[in-house]
Write a protein of this length. Structure first.
Lengths: 240, 517
């Protein structure tokens, strides 16, 4: 099992990094020929950075749109962020002080994360409009994340796993020196699901994470009268 | 594919006592279809006349065009990838609110194309189509595109609320562009584009008729005010070239605003001219999402400006035209500033750098008011109790003045400078959250009246409240399409059609002309 999970993680990480890099480069190289920020929009680059910051950290537009979705989405994403910080301790030695500081918060954030996911999932059944637009993959994605959250929480609060062994495994993995993984079915499930998440990331709607940074309606400066935006293919039209 | 029954009785939906989100009613407006362009209309502007006999050929051409657009537009690529089906946009579209048809929910409208995108352009859709809601492009899908991409007014309201800024207008434009590329165009828009190229404006008003109209206008204003206000055409060396929607030349209430622009220039002593070559500010190339048409139509204005040698270019009251002028003209034609290429510099060195190029007529008027160069008798507007309808393209796709949101403040500042009685509609229906009039984006055609009336519901509800609470009897707006659409649909909701008018109509009523210059 150790070898299988080790290979799987190498594979999943490679796919995740390569897939994401491909998509990001693809977004970046595709021109945005016209100035289309959703106005009112900032008139300076600094203003756009601030707008993007509010969008990415506070989900500003979602807050304007729907308070329920915002609450659940915020619970999930902030929960996930803290949980991720908490998990850093498995990959670094010695553990940075701020990561150590975040440990207790990260523990409860796991509940927030699962609660947020639960809320989002419930909406897919209870709200007719959202039921209408939900696909099988939307449900599977939620199932995947919920199971990752629940299996993680179970290892913390129900059946403790050997976290010293887990850390040794991941530190070894990073040095290409494979150490034995603690023999714990819950841990195996948790890790398999996380590997699955890494693999589907670049092929799924999880692309909203890099996508938001490339969204012309949010990342463009509102200065079309002062600056001439011209995509290469559009400039070519001026030649003939 | 049933032809739309133009004679079917069109009825306005009832006002909602509380603005609750409607329950969905699948395919409620699946039978409301815009007329398809014939081969003459299509070929006149360089599109295939009709769909190929062989479906395979149409299919391949559509997918190929989609691939091209994905390479050309980052917006399309990112928007098709980024949606998570969160549902934030589902209750934001006026057409969904008015029709209850779930395919008018922005995400569902996008999904019509996203499902095809996934099938042909993503590994997930190629290998697991049913899992991710991917589907083949079939004739039925193409028909569905035609139906629902012609039930979107490209108003961008959904993009305000989307956490990733996904703008359904970009998807609709791509959809229409693909449809045109396979010979499945819309009669209304493509016919109008043909007219612009052939005659110079959307309404097909030829030069001599335009001259007559403007002469008549001068006589009317003289009779009305006793002052010789000029409405000049093709005057070389004028300072300002005014480009305005052609509806301003004869439609009511549009013409009242044209009269107002002339009075503003007269009172301020600014020499100005209209152009018979660029006698249209509107640019339906944007509606159909075709960059080449968008550019070609915009280039008329560049040519007119170069020929007439004007120093400033000003745009009249027209929503989508202002978007094209403000956001796209610099890119398309070099009308603007900051260029370093010969094509744009040729024009930019002619234009006066002390003014914004192009400028909105409201920016011009407001600047003059601030400089104290215009005087008003506000009491002349006392018979009017006024509210302001923000037009979608001005509100969410452009700006006026130097600060974000100037597009909201400047028209309001003008109104309160020229009139005493002004009331706002509900804040969730104004400024960047404004509701479309229901007739924008190429839908201002009779066979779509059903959709237009239903799509106006949220605006009509907000209007009803200020009519009941404050006795509002004048809804000012700065868009030719809004004016035409409201004139048509207001009666369906029990209002008088004369309730809508232009901001410069108010200016026209109150402005002092006599010896102020």
């Amino acid at each position: 099992m150790t070898i299988f999970i080790a290979i799987l993680f190498y594979l999943a990480t490679a796919l995740f990094v390569a897939g994401l890099a491909y998509k990001v480069l693809d977004f970046a190289r595709t021109p945005a020929p016209l100035s289309i920020p959703t106005t009112p929009a900032p008139t300076t680059r600094g203003g756009v950075v601030f707008r993007m910051f509010r969008e990415v950290v506070f989900f500003e537009s979602l807050f304007k749109a729907n308070l329920w979705i915002w609450i659940f989405a915020a619970l999930f994403h902030f929960g996930l962020a803290l949980v991720a910080v908490r998990h850093l301790r498995y990959f670094i030695e010695p553990v940075w002080s701020w990561v150590a500081f975040a440990q207790p918060f990260g523990m409860y954030a796991g509940f927030a994360m699962v609660a947020g996911l639960g809320g989002l999932w419930a909406r897919r059944f209870l709200v007719e409009r959202i039921r209408y637009i939900s696909t099988v993959s939307d449900h599977l994605m939620l199932a995947l994340l919920v199971l990752i959250g629940l299996s993680g929480l179970a290892m913390k609060f129900l059946v403790h796993t050997d976290i010293v062994g887990v850390k040794a495994f991941f530190l070894g993995l990073m040095r290409f020196d494979i150490q034995p993984l603690p023999d714990d079915p819950l841990l195996c499930v948790h890790l398999l699901l996380v590997a699955g998440l890494l693999i589907v990331f670049p092929f799924s709607k999880l692309l909203h994470a890099p996508g938001v940074f490339f969204s012309p309606s949010r990342n463009q400066v509102d200065n079309p009268r002062e600056t001439r935006h011209l995509a290469p293919w559009a400039a070519a039209l001026e030649k003939n | 594919m049933a032809a739309p029954d133009a004679k079917a009785k069109v009825e306005a939906p009832a006002f909602r006592e509380f603005p609750v989100v409607p329950a969905i009613q699948p395919d409620a407006t699946g039978n409301v279809r815009s007329y398809v362009a014939n081969d003459k209309i299509q070929e006149a502007i360089g599109f295939p006349g009709k769909l190929a006999e062989d479906w395979r050929e149409t299919h391949d051409k559509a997918i190929e065009r989609m691939g091209d657009l994905l390479e050309r537009y980052r917006s399309l690529k990112v928007y098709l990838d980024a949606c998570v089906h969160c549902g934030a946009c589902t209750d934001k579209c006026h057409y969904f609110i008015g029709t209850n048809d779930p395919k008018n929910m922005p995400v569902a409208r996008q999904e019509l194309m996203r499902s095809v995108y996934r099938r042909y352009f993503t590994p997930a859709g190629k290998w697991f189509p049913s899992l991710v809601g991917a589907r083949d492009l079939t004739r039925e899908v193409l028909d569905e595109w035609y139906t629902y991409y012609w039930q979107c007014s490209e108003c961008r309201r959904c993009s305000v609320f989307c956490p990733y800024g996904i703008d359904t207008a970009e998807i609709t434009m791509a959809g229409r562009e693909i449809l045109d590329a396979v010979g499945y165009g819309q009669k209304y828009s493509n016919e109008i584009i043909g007219k612009v190229h052939k005659i110079g404006n959307n309404l097909g008003l030829p030069g001599p008729a335009l001259e007559d109209t403007l002469n008549g206008l001068e006589e009317d204003v003289k009779e009305d005010t006793g002052i010789d206000v000029r409405y000049p055409l093709d005057v070389e060396g004028a300072e300002v070239l005014l480009v305005t929607p052609s509806a301003d030349f004869f439609a009511e209430p549009h013409i009242e605003s044209l009269i107002g622009y002339g009075k503003v220039f007269h009172a301020a002593g600014i020499s100005w001219t209209l152009s018979s070559k660029a006698s249209e500010a509107g640019n339906f190339g944007m509606f159909i999402g075709n960059y080449e048409q968008l550019r070609k139509i915009a280039l008329r204005v560049r040519e007119a400006a170069l020929e007439l040698g004007v120093k400033r270019i000003v745009v009249g009251e027209c929503g989508h035209a202002w978007r094209v002028a403000y956001a796209f003209w610099n890119t398309l034609t070099g009308i603007g500033a900051g260029a370093d290429d010969p094509f744009a510099i040729e024009l930019q060195k002619q234009l006066d750098p002390n003014y914004k190029q192009p400028a909105h007529i409201c920016e011009v008027t407001w600047d003059l008011i601030r400089q104290g160069r215009l005087k008003f008798d506000k009491e002349a507007n006392d018979g009017r109790i006024i509210t302001f309808h923000d037009s979608c393209n001005v509100a969410r796709a452009s700006r006026m003045g130097d600060t974000p949101g100037g597009q909201f403040d400047i028209p309001r500042n003008i109104i309160t400078a020229v009139a005493n009685k002004y009331f706002e509609m509900a804040p969730e229906t104004t400024r960047e959250k404004t509701f479309c009039c229901g007739g924008g984006g190429g839908l201002l055609t009779d066979e779509l009246l059903d959709i237009r009336v239903k799509g106006a519901l949220p605006r009509m509800e907000a209007l009803k409240r200020v009519v009941d609470d404050h006795g509002v009897n004048f809804m000012a707006t700065i868009c030719a399409i809004c004016k035409a659409q409201f004139t048509k649909v207001l009666p369906y909701y029990g209002f008088k059609m004369g309730l809508v008018g232009g901001v410069h109509q108010l200016v026209s009523t109150a402005i002092r002309l006599g010896n102020e210059q």
